[in-house]
Design a protein around this ligand. Structure first.
Ligand SMILES: Cc1cc2nc3c(=O)[nH]c(=O)nc-3n(C[C@H](O)[C@H](O)[C@H](O)COP(=O)(O)OP(=O)(O)OC[C@H]3O[C@@H](n4cnc5c(N)ncnc54)[C@H](O)[C@@H]3O)c2cc1C
Length: 439
C-alpha cells in the first residue's frame, strides 16, 4: 500500500491533540490529525468544568491508569501554561462531607492521594469550623482541602498542542469527518468527507481518539462488539456576579452515587473568575445533543436500538438509575432543583442567583453486560489503537495517556520502520514519562 501518512489520529480534542504532540515529538514521521470540525476541541474538551484534577479520588487498585496519567500530567500543564501564557488559576478545591459518614471517605481519599503520588502537603483534612474560617459560605461536618487543583481552559491547551504539532510537521485536516475505516494488510484505509466530497486516505497506523464516535468507528473493525455507549450531558448554571457569594475555591461534595456516572454538581470558580454550578448528568441520545434529547432522529434510534441491547436494558430496568435520571433532568429544567443540590453545602445559594443555563459537554459512557465501566478502554487492532470511554479526569490526564498510548504502539511494533527523533520540547516530554516510569 502506498501510504500518504505514517500515523493518522482521528479527533482533535484534548486527547487527540496530546497524541499529535507526543507522536510528532517522538517520531520523524508524516502525521495527520483529522477532525470533523474546522477547529480543534469543540466538544467535550471545551465544554467541561476546566479543573486540573489531582488523583486523590481515584482508587489506585481500580483506576491505576487514570491516576498515573493525571499525576504525571500536572507539571506538564503547569509548565505549558507558564511558557505560552495560557490560563492557570490555582484556586484549590474543597471536597466537602455532606454528613458524618462521609468523613471516612475523605480519610480514604487522603491515603489514595498519597498512593497515587501526591505530596502530603497538597492535602489537608479540615473540621467544619476550620472550613468556615477559609470559606465562610460553606457548611459541612468536614472537608479535604486540595491546594494544588487549578482552573484552566482545556480548549486553549488543545489548540496550543495542535499548533506545536503543526510546527513539528504534522497536518491538521479540519472539517473532515471520518465515515469509514478498514485495515488492509500493512495499513489502514480511511474515508473522509467534508460534506461535499469523499477522500480516501492511506495510513500505516491509525489512532482513534474520536470521543463520542470512537466506539462506532472501532466497531467497523469488529472491535469492542461487547460494549454499548450511553450519553450524559453535563449542564451548568451561571451564578450572577451580584450574588454576593464570596467563594474562592472550587467546592465539590463527596459523591452520593459513585457507581453511576451521575455527577453531584459543584460550585466552580472558573479561570476568568466567573462562577457556575454544575454539571449534572442528563441522559441524552447522542454525543452532540447540546439541545433536547438528540442531534438527529437517526442517532437517537442507533443509541436506543443499536446492539448490544442487553447492557442497556439491564441499566434501564435498574430503579435507582431511573430515579437518578429523573432528578438529573429536573436540575436541567429547573434552576430551583439545581440550586437546592448545591445549597446542601452552600446554604446562601438561591435559585434567583442562577442567571443562565449553559449546556455542557456530553459524556460518552461505555457499558458492558457487567455494568458501567469507569476507566478508559483501549482496543487494539492489526494496525490501529482505539480509545473509548475517555471520561473525567480525561482532560487532566491527556498528556500522560498519550505517552502511555505511544509506548503501547511501540510495544506492538506499530512504530517499526519509523525514524525516532530527538524531541523539540524534551523537558515537557520527560517530565511526564519520568512520572509514568516510562523512561
Ligand atoms: C460536563 C463535563 C465536565 C468535565 N470536567 C472535567 C474537568 O474539570 N477536568 C477533567 O480533567 N476532565 C473533565 N471532563 C472530562 C474531559 O472533558 C474529557 O475526558 C475529555 O475532554 C475527552 O477528550 P477527547 O479528546 O477524548 O474527546 P472530545 O473532546 O470529544 O474530542 C473528540 C474529537 O473527535 C472529533 N470526532 C468525532 N468523531 C469524528 C469523526 N467521525 N471524524 C473526525 N473527527 C471526529 C470531534 O469533533 C472531537 O473534536 C469533563 C467532561 C464533561 C462531559
Amino acid at each position: 500500500m502506498n501510504h500518504e501518512y505514517d500515523v493518522t489520529i482521528i479527533g482533535a480534542g484534548i486527547l487527540g491533540a496530546s497524541l499529535a504532540f507526543w507522536l510528532s515529538e517522538k517520531l520523524d514521521a508524516r502525521i495527520a490529525i483529522i477532525d470533523r470540525e474546522k477547529k480543534p476541541a469543540l466538544h467535550a474538551s471545551r465544554r467541561n468544568t476546566g479543573v486540573i484534577h489531582r488523583p486523590f479520588h481515584l482508587d489506585p487498585a481500580k483506576r491505576k491508569i487514570s491516576a498515573l496519567a493525571s499525576n504525571a500530567s500536572y507539571i506538564f500543564w503547569k509548565e505549558l501554561s507558564s511558557r505560552y501564557s495560557l490560563p492557570w488559576k490555582q484556586v484549590g478545591t474543597l471536597k466537602v462531607a455532606l454528613e458524618d459518614r462521609d468523613l471516612a471517605v475523605l480519610e480514604k481519599y487522603l491515603k489514595w492521594g498519597e498512593e497515587n503520588g501526591m505530596d502530603r502537603e497538597e492535602m489537608e483534612l479540615l473540621s467544619g469550623s476550620e472550613v468556615l474560617k477559609i470559606e465562610p459560605e460553606v457548611r459541612c461536618p468536614g472537608a479535604l482541602l486540595i491546594k494544588s487543583e487549578a482552573s484552566v481552559d482545556f480548549a486553549l491547551y488543545a489548540e496550543k498542542l495542535i499548533e506545536l504539532s503543526i510546527s513539528n510537521g504534522a497536518k491538521f485536516l479540519g472539517g473532515s469527518r471520518v465515515t469509514r475505516i478498514s485495515e488492509q494488510g500493512e495499513g489502514v484505509e480511511i474515508l473522509v468527507t467534508d460534506g461535499s466530497k469523499t477522500t480516501r486516505i492511506k495510513s500505516r497506523i491509525l489512532i482513534n481518539a474520536a470521543g463520542g464516535e470512537s466506539l462506532d468507528l472501532a466497531r467497523q473493525l469488529d472491535l469492542g462488539r461487547e460494549y454499548a455507549v450511553l450519553f450524559f450531558r453535563g449542564d451548568y448554571w451561571r451564578v450572577s456576579q451580584d450574588s454576593g457569594l464570596r467563594i474562592r475555591r472550587n467546592i465539590y461534595s463527596v459523591p452520593r452515587h459513585a457507581s453511576f456516572p451521575f455527577l453531584d454538581p459543584h460550585f466552580i470558580v472558573r479561570h476568568d473568575g466567573s462562577n457556575d454550578v454544575g454539571p449534572n448528568a442528563v441522559p441524552v441520545l447522542g454525543p452532540y445533543a447540546y439541545k433536547g434529547f438528540s442531534e438527529s432522529f437517526a442517532r437517537a434510534v442507533k443509541t436506543v436500538f443499536g446492539k448490544p441491547l442487553y447492557p442497556k436494558l439491564r441499566l434501564v430496568f435498574n430503579r435507582e438509575f431511573l430515579s437518578l435520571a429523573y432528578s438529573e433532568w429536573m436540575s436541567t429544567l429547573s434552576k430551583r432543583a439545581m440550586a437546592s443540590r448545591v445549597a446542601r453545602f452552600i446554604p446562601r445559594l438561591k435559585h434567583q442567583m442562577l442567571v443562565e443555563r449553559i449546556p455542557g459537554g456530553v459524556r460518552s459512557q461505555v457499558i458492558s453486560s457487567s455494568g458501567i465501566i469507569h476507566d478508559p478502554v483501549i482496543l487494539v487492532g492489526g494496525r490501529s489503537i482505539h480509545v473509548i470511554n475517555y471520561n473525567s479526569p480525561g482532560a487532566t490526564g491527556a498528556p500522560g495517556f498519550a505517552a502511555y498510548i505511544y509506548r503501547l504502539a511501540d510495544e506492538k511494533g506499530f512504530t517499526e520502520g519509523l525514524k525516532k527523533r530527538q524531541p523539540t520540547h524534551s523537558d515537557l516530554i520527560d517530565v511526564v514519562e519520568k512520572r509514568l516510569d516510562l523512561l
